[in-house]
Design a protein around this ligand. Structure first.
Ligand code: CA
Length: 232
């Protein structure tokens, strides 16, 4: 069993948090590596090839964002940002640089484990989706070849743009996609009205999927940051 364990690299200078996180993962069957500095984290990343990185943004030698900049786009390893800052700008910046998700300190054991499991699943499910040409979560199904969306077998009638947005989110399941990342993919460029236009489209998508306001089935609204398609 020993060699099948997921290897997690924690880059965090706060020893209390690092040892808490290490304890949580070790007791749940993961192998854990820790680094207190960004540079050390980069070296450990290269030599150990972890399955996932938990990254603090405020590191003593370099900003954690620099870590993301250096390992993307060469590696698609899931990166989960641990941030003390509830600042939306930091979240957006790290996501746009290629982080998969963020978790705001202080966080609990259950939330941390769930986020890590989701991030590890995303890496596997993206290959699965590409293979069979369809996406399925709960009773929602997207057939990429036919560009068709159904809920419990019933067709959902989306506009071209609405379909493109939903398909895009489904290809990044479990991951928050920032407003600007979605807008770039769908419309190419960002202007003053883009975010509003996206929000209007999302409201229509949710309505057509049968979601009531505030109902987070299928897609969650990450306020001030973007949207996330749920994977379970
Ligand atoms: Ca720190």
């Amino acid at each position: 069993m020993g060699n099948n364990k997921y290897k997690i690299l924690i880059v965090e200078d706060d020893r209390n948090i690092a040892s808490f996180v290490q304890m949580v993962f070790e007791t749940n069957g993961y192998q854990v590596l820790t680094a207190e500095r960004c540079q050390q984290g980069l070296l450990m990343f290269t030599s150990h090839m972890p399955d996932l990185v938990l990254l603090d943004l405020g590191l003593p030698d370099m900003d954690g964002e620099e870590f993301i900049r250096r390992i993307r786009p060469d590696s698609s390893v899931p990166i989960l940002v641990l941030s003390a800052r509830s600042d939306e700008e930091d979240k957006v910046t790290s996501l746009d640089l290629g982080a998969n998700d963020y978790i705001t300190k202080p966080f609990g054991t259950a939330e941390l484990l769930a986020r890590v499991r989701a991030a590890l699943r995303v890496n596997r499910s993206s290959t699965r989706t590409a293979l069979d040409g369809r996406f399925q979560v709960d009773d929602l199904c997207i057939d990429y070849d036919r560009r068709q969306v159904t809920i419990a077998g019933e067709a959902v009638h989306l506009t071209q743009t609405e379909y493109n947005i939903l398909a895009l989110l489904s290809q990044h399941t479990g991951k928050v996609m920032t407003y600007s990342a979605i807008i770039r993919e769908i419309w190419g460029a960002m202007d003053n009205g883009s975010v509003k236009k996206l929000q209007v489209n999302m409201a229509n998508i949710r309505k057509k999927l049968g979601c009531r306001p505030g109902d987070n089935r299928y897609v969650t609204n990450e306020l001030g940051v973007g949207y996330r398609m749920l994977d379970e």
